[in-house]
Design a protein around this ligand. Structure first.
Ligand SMILES: C[S@@+](CC[C@H](N)C(=O)[O-])C[C@H]1O[C@@H](n2cnc3c(N)ncnc32)[C@H](O)[C@@H]1O
Length: 393
């Protein structure tokens, strides 16, 4: 259901999902805990924002002094460019400002800056925000916002879902530090995966249970009664993408040996059976992150959710469940015989024999094509430093 909602957001170009204050706070605290000076003397840019709606500006303005920021800049996107059906709502904040301009209010983006105690209250906070209209509509890809990007140190936002790939490219081109919200499906995008593989990007601390509610008054919330919150929409599979260090990324996964997994695992695919091997690649299939054996030196296919616990000192990432223009690890074509058995067993999906995909037979002989796998192995350093685990086999 969550994917349907996202698809609607994509096709409808309706990207007005606003982030809750508590979600921003929960994530940002993880970086502060790891490095209390992470934002010290930094210029933070919040593109795709709007302080009248968004909690990002509120959160960072409120913490301006605590985080010792140098400058906070947030830009908003013009109403006319958003293509939303809802009527324009002019805020009192804007209409009562001396710089209010009837001609620009719907067609131009705005820039809000905070870097001094404008109202001489003795502290820098949200009441010191200054604003003006941008020359253009505030598109993150416009020259003026690109200039702001290049002058900032850290970029933080929840970008529009429909433009996620463009936004990611825009970020990668910048070479800046960033913290942004996205969907876990984006992990295998060419704008994301090569960066994750090379440890130039990783997942943040994340949302509890991998899901959260966004503020959106225009959607029907399909969440079940227990999850329903008024004026909000629940989306599952949401993650933070970042290149800023945080503690969880350095905690190793605590795991059992392969032998103990086979004896005691709570997963029926594992308990009492050998780990299955792929037909098209020399690796074992590990259907759950907690079933990764702590003593297997070879390559393992693990679910994408493994990235929530990925520690680069422990594992290296090699690829995902298919070969394509971006990632080639040597997965072979699906064997014809496998494909026939797969179809005979009711296997679905657009799968042809020319495809280079991971596939395997389950312990009881059912042909399976796993749609979400990441190929990993232990780092050489980890193996060398854990002789008790690796020398016993
Ligand atoms: C997912 S919402 C998030 C808003 C806010 N950052 C938050 O999390 O509360 C994305 C915002 O980006 C705006 N937007 C859409 N296309 C944009 C573009 N090309 N450039 C800048 N902003 C854009 C949308 O209007 C929307 O307000």
């Amino acid at each position: 259901m969550a994917n349907k909602k996202l698809h609607k957001a994509k096709t409808g170009k309706n990207d007005e999902f606003y982030t809750q204050f508590s979600d921003i706070q929960n994530e940002v605290n993880a970086y502060i805990e790891y490095n209390p000076d992470v934002f010290k003397d930094k210029v933070i840019l919040l593109p795709c924002d709007d302080p009248e709606w968004s909690n990002f500006t509120k959160f960072f303005a409120q913490n301006f002094e605590k985080f010792k920021l140098k400058k906070l800049i947030s830009t908003s996107y013009a109403y006319d460019s958003k293509h939303v059906a809802e009527p324009y709502q002019l805020s009192l904040f804007e209409s009562e400002s001396p710089q209010f301009d009837k001609k620009k209010t719907k067609s131009n983006g705005k820039i809000f800056t905070l870097d001094r105690d404008l109202n001489k209250s003795g502290k820098i906070d949200i009441n010191d925000l200054e604003w003006k209209y941008l020359e253009g509509d505030g598109d993150f890809n416009s020259k003026e916002v690109i200039k702001l990007r290049d002058e900032s140190d850290i970029i933080i936002t929840n970008p529009p879902f429909s433009l996620f790939k463009d936004f990611m490219k825009w970020l990668n081109d910048s070479g800046k530090k960033f913290l942004i919200i996205g969907h876990q499906n984006a992990i295998t995008y060419k704008e994301v995966f090569p960066y994750i593989k090379n440890n130039k990007m990783w997942l943040g601390k994340g949302f509890k249970g991998g899901a959260t509610h966004f503020i959106n008054k225009y959607y029907t919330d399909y969440a079940t009664a227990g999850d329903h919150q008024k004026g909000m929409i629940r989306v599952s599979g949401v993650v933070w993408f970042t290149n800023i260090e945080h503690g969880r990324r350095h905690q190793p996964l605590q795991l059992m040996t392969m032998e103990d997994n086979i004896k005691y695992s709570k997963h029926k695919e594992i308990r009492g059976h050998e780990y299955v091997k792929y037909e098209t690649f020399d690796a074992i299939d590990v259907p759950n992150t907690d079933a990764i054996p702590k003593n297997y030196k070879g390559i393992m296919g693990v679910p994408k959710s493994f990235l929530d616990s990925y520690n680069p000192d422990q594992f290296e990432i090699l690829g995902y469940e298919r070969e394509d223009d971006i990632i080639q690890v040597g997965i072979k074509n699906l064997p014809e015989e496998f494909l026939k058995k797969y179809r005979d067993n009711g296997g679905t999906g657009h799968i042809t024999k020319g495809m280079k995909l991971l596939c395997f037979y389950t312990y009881d002989g059912i042909p399976k094509v796993p749609f979400s796998r990441i190929l990993i192995k232990y780092t050489q350093d980890w193996i060398v430093n854990h002789p008790d685990d690796f020398n016993r086999r």
